[in-house]
Design a binder for this molecule. Sequence first.
Ligand code: NAP
Length: 257
Amino acid sequence: MTALTNVHALVTGAGRGIGAAVAAALGAAGARVSLLGRTPATLQAMAAQLGGEPRALAIAADVSDAAAVEAAFGSARRHFGPVQILINNAGQAASAKFTDTDTALWNRIMAVNLTGTYLCSRAAVPDMLQAGFGRIVNIASIAGLRGGAYLSAYVASKHAVIGLTRSLALEYARRNITVNAVCPGYVDTDIVRDSIANIRAKTGRSEQEALAALTATNPQGRLITSEEVASAVMWLLQPGASSVNGQSIVISGGEVT
Ligand code: NAP
């Protein structure tokens, strides 16, 4: 038995990258996990890895679609009961000059990173209030704590996620609900692989040079692993972290914002 045995946790963007690592860690700790994302095949593979329907449920939904989120939480609730832990991880990144950041790009990044976090939190909080227990962890970014050239939409969305984190933490502080953010630097996932390809295409640099550009700000000089991010998330879910609330925890090898 662990503190998370049979607790119902819902992870967004759970089919790959950081979300998959968090889902695996939750499953290993005995939680029942609802896996939400856009791609049924990867979610179903993850659910099978966690022990199938008694332990994990794959639910396809776009987090930026209010009706789809509501339906997804309905399915999760019918299967595993009220959602007690929510990991808002689904996200997209885009790099562009500010003058090339058109409203389509801006709206897409805001819709997924910010509105998705809002919609899923709004769906989960009533369950948490009813249960008298809740933990929300938002996967923000170090880009939520400082600016970044050519990343205006992404940076703005992640700053806003941190504002939402701080506000919900205060609003529910006396209801045994904590709301925190983790803020990784560059993590070894598809988002970073896409960034490396983008840098190579735009600058003609080699793969190693592009990687070096991304790891230069991390004092440890390397990419972070998804498992390291999952480990910080799991700590925030432990009873010993109950008084940690409204925080933005940087996971970036000593990088100071
Ligand atoms: P990733 O490997 O590209 O995975 C992104 C995940 O988000 C996928 O599971 C994807 O689902 C899901 N997703 C994207 N749009 C969605 C939507 N509209 N509705 C539902 N799910 C959606 O990226 P990652 O690196 O693991 O990123 C996870 C989170 O960490 C993001 O919020 C990102 O901003 C944050 N983060 C990443 C880094 C980094 O360097 N990698 C650093 C700091 C913060 P599908 O598989 O179905 O497409």
